[in-house]
Design a protein around this ligand. Sequence first.
Ligand SMILES: CCC1=C(C)/C(=C/C2=NC(=C\c3[nH]c(/C=C4\NC(=O)[C@H](C)[C@H]4CC)c(C)c3CCC(=O)O)/C(CCC(=O)O)=C2C)NC1=O
Length: 169
Amino acid sequence: MRDAVTNLIKNYDVTGRYLDLNAIDTLKSYFETGTARVTAAAVINANAASIVKQAGAQLFEEVPELIRAGGNAYTTRRYAACLRDMDYYLRYASYALVAGDTNVLDERVLQGLRETYNSLGVPIGPTVRGIQIMKDIVKEQVAAAGVDNAAFVDQPFDHMTRDLSEQDI
Ligand SMILES: CCC1=C(C)/C(=C/C2=NC(=C\c3[nH]c(/C=C4\NC(=O)[C@H](C)[C@H]4CC)c(C)c3CCC(=O)O)/C(CCC(=O)O)=C2C)NC1=O
């Protein structure tokens, strides 16, 4: 698992370079957004259950077939599995926000996920939508917590949806 700093150091170490101006700029921007990242993690931690619940409700309102007979989230067991997955995405997004790097998502969440979903018939499109709904809720709450530019919140959520949406060649 890597964060923004260890990732940068690794890249420079590979080629035996000192940290140049580009590296310093990257580090500066990471540390400048540090407080905001920590605030975002705190906001997610304090509201995780309600964020998942609200996002799930909105998703099932937008795509009601999911919870009708024959839908992938139909039956209590699968409904619960769906919300549990949403909770995984939210929790790992909070880790990635603090790390300033999406590597934790690649290693812990995304590896083999599409194959698992395909074999269980879990539809990718609505999953992507669920992740995007959580992103919007989190962004709103982070802004409400006084963070001026909450755009950095997009990164882990967009990374997960991009990876999930990729087509096999
Ligand atoms: C931390 C990393 C991690 C992830 C991401 C993860 C996902 C994950 N989701 C699963 C199932 C599932 N995932 C869903 C999710 C949904 N169905 C829908 O219609 C919606 C679109 C969506 C919710 C938004 C459902 C319903 C199942 C159960 C499918 C089944 O057993 O038939 C499974 C199969 C095993 C199980 O049921 O637990 C895995 C591995 N597991 C992990 O350890």
